[in-house]
Design a protein around this ligand. Sequence first.
Ligand code: ZN
Length: 472
Amino acid sequence: MSESILDQRWPWLLAAAGIVVAFLLYASIELDPSQGPADPRQVGSIDDLDQLRDRDDLNILFILIDTLRSDHLSSYGYERETSPFLDELASTGLRFDRHLAQSSWTKSSMASMWTSLNPWRAGITRFDHILPEEVILPAEILRDAGFRTIGLFRNGWVAQTFGFEQGFEVYNRPPALRQKPEVIAKKPTIYKGGTDEDVTASAIEFLRVHSGGRWFLYLHLMDVHEYLYDEESALFGSEYVDVYDNSIRWTDKTVQILIEHLIDKGYADNTIIVITSDHGEAFSERGFEGHGRQVFKETTEVPFIITLPYRLAEGVVIPTRSRNIDIWPTLFDILGIETDRPSDGRSLVPDIVAAARGEELPEADRTALAHLDQGWGQRSTDEQITISVADGNYRYVRTPIDQELMEMLFDASEDPRELRNLSETDAETLGRLRSIADAKLGEDEAYGEMPTREISEMELNQLRAIGYDVGG
Ligand SMILES: [Zn+2]
């Protein structure tokens, strides 16, 4: 049923007339976001969720905001107004309040999210691991269900090089557009590397020319990862953490402009929008900065927001632990798509319904694990596994620090920033969560051991350019 890629107008246009199209698009995304169209969706209730399974016209807009920790969004309790538009989405949709990524490094975390497997089960734990063909990814399932599948990304860890293109009809890194002088002045290096406007401009172009048929559009945004923002978003100062917050504010606006185009093109009442992230970012809470080294709270707690093709009069907040491995089981459940692949995740639909109705939540495994091989970036290093188990208010973390394996236990109910280690005082909880970690780590890879491939110096340099110490 699907036409060939050359019959599709938009990627062809991009390839053949990239510069002209890019320039026109650059002009077109200069719209003032405050002038955007009103939300045309009908008001519905959680009881209407069931009916979505019978619809054959629903699209998915999947927005991955790389390096976005949830506690820096206003709707997740942050005192700064970093995310007015994302908060608005949450206020008429579903917001998962205690959501956890399964790693703190992009490739491992994304492999885990797409496969719905914990990282050691997905098997993508090293810089040169690649997803082989036998792995079944959501884009393949959606393509087979009749969706057009388009992936646009700016992070090299999810490039074709590593097998992440499987199931996508179009999968590319959009070319960098001309940038505003004030943005270049703020960060002279961005002109070469581009910004997320490159991704949203390509997405807007797709929405403009696409006619007929449902679609799955995956956008992987990087401006928060790169601490990029414009003058207007520079609201919070110039310290490291302030700049991070400025970039969230800027990304919030980027997303708003995209979604206003989506509304404008008439997609509001047949599109499910997903906002999430692959990991957070540390600001020396306990001596670590950045991500990809540890799996404490600050690098693993991320947002997860869904808006439905109708508006909820009041947004639903799901209060329990949820995980990136649950995202696709949940979306497939909402869409009524049956899947048959290995999975460590589960559908959160029963939790959504119970939370909306104020009912008791159903019985389920509510532990959320995060995992990282700290030797992921080096050829010669042995495994150095750090793992965390979150269960209710507790979090157990086991991590190698200065050649020693440290165990820590935190209770967020009394210590929201999780800085007080209770490992000496609560041996019972420590033991319980340690056993969960050990039992889970004993599980085998779902698809066998992942193959590796030689990554060229050029590819490695591209990854080094976004801040990773890799390939040594
Ligand atoms: Zn990332």
